[in-house]
Design a protein around this ligand. Structure first.
Ligand SMILES: [Zn+2]
Length: 330
């Protein structure tokens, strides 16, 4: 199974990983985009290693380690994580890995967001795709870097706060927690703002507390926003989902625009940016930038591993959110 585009950066005329991606992912070792095991072999090993079959079937992600030029499933440690097709019932379920991959590539290549390294791999028996990501909380010697997601930072748990604990704060409160924990807040909050805009732009309705983390930076003895992870266009799979996973503002606050329109528009994000302490001209520049990449996104989207039908759907939803993020000229 030869490819046309690099399964990570999507550069054309690459039948497998390009050299730059091999370096980034595997220290330059020639690892194939075809996994050395089949889907049934994967399922068997996962069940053996985890010692049980979970209610929802086989675990939806698993660790991998590099052994020579071969990726092996491992229970402990492991520098990589693979996510095969989810077993949850949703629309276009076989498009989930390609969706996450293209969305992460849009965030990093077009919007210059710091993201977890990511690519697509394929099972050797049926070439079913799975999403690959490289852990960013490990130092080269294998030791762990302190990483805390916002359920941990806000001390929320399922036992204490119920099954919706991942959705129990607003984006405004996440920014407040960032301010408390990071002395580089003025820089970090701009990254956070950009990330929220991207989530809205690409229709990720599931950016909850666990999908944002602070990572410890040894050099500065400080916490920073971690590389972005787990972002995809969820509307393709759940068309009825809410626009954002969390409220923008705390205490049920709504902008005048929201009260009239019932969905988030330019004005909401403008006000959010100011409330988070970002300078007005910076807020406006971010908002201008986010809607100005239509052409670049279309080019990258066309090279993605999504089906033609899903590419169209992705782009249709994108056009709707670009419209919503465009200020109404007065
Ligand atoms: Zn590449």
């Amino acid at each position: 199974m030869n490819l046309l585009y690099c399964p990570s950066c999507l550069k054309i005329n690459h039948s497998t990983f390009c050299k730059a991606c091999l370096r980034k992912f595997f220290n330059g070792k020639k690892v194939s985009h075809i996994l050395p095991f089949s889907k049934p072999e994967y399922e068997e090993v996962v069940i053996q290693q985890s010692g049980k079959i979970s209610i929802s079937g086989v675990q939806q992600k698993h660790s991998l380690m590099l052994s020579g030029t071969s990726l092996e499933l491992t229970y402990k440690g492991g520098e990589y994580i693979i996510k095969p097709l989810p077993q949850t019932v949703m629309k276009h379920v076989n498009q989930v890995p390609a969706n996450e991959h293209i969305t992460m590539q849009i965030a990093s290549q077009i919007y210059k967001i710091n993201t977890a390294e990511n690519a697509l791999l394929f099972f050797k028996d049926n070439y079913e795709p799975c999403y690959l990501t490289k852990r960013f909380d490990r130092l080269p010697d294998g030791s762990k870097i302190l990483l805390e997601d916002f359920t941990q930072i806000s001390n929320k748990s399922e036992e204490k706060d119920g099954i919706n604990y991942k959705y129990e704060l607003s984006y405004e409160e996440i920014a407040e927690l960032m301010e408390k924990n990071s002395s580089a807040y003025p820089i970090e909050v701009e990254k956070f703002f950009k990330l929220i805009l991207i989530n809205y732009l690409i229709n990720n309705g599931d950016a909850h507390l666990k999908n944002f983390s602070l990572i410890y930076n040894l050099k500065y003895n400080d916490y920073q926003l971690s590389p972005a992870y787990d972002i995809l266009n969820t509307r393709i799979h759940f068309p009825e989902e809410t626009e954002l996973a969390l409220p923008l503002f705390k205490n049920g606050y709504e902008t005048d625009s929201y009260k009239i329109n019932g969905h988030f528009l330019y004005e909401d994000f403008h006000e959010f940016g100011l409330k988070a302490g970002i300078k007005k001209n910076r807020v406006e520049n971010f908002l201008k930038d986010i809607i100005s990449k239509n052409k670049e996104i279309k080019i990258l989207l066309n090279k993605s591993f999504l089906s033609e039908e899903t590419k169209k759907l992705y782009n249709d939803y994108l056009q709707i959110s670009i419209k919503k993020l465009t200020p109404v000229s007065k």
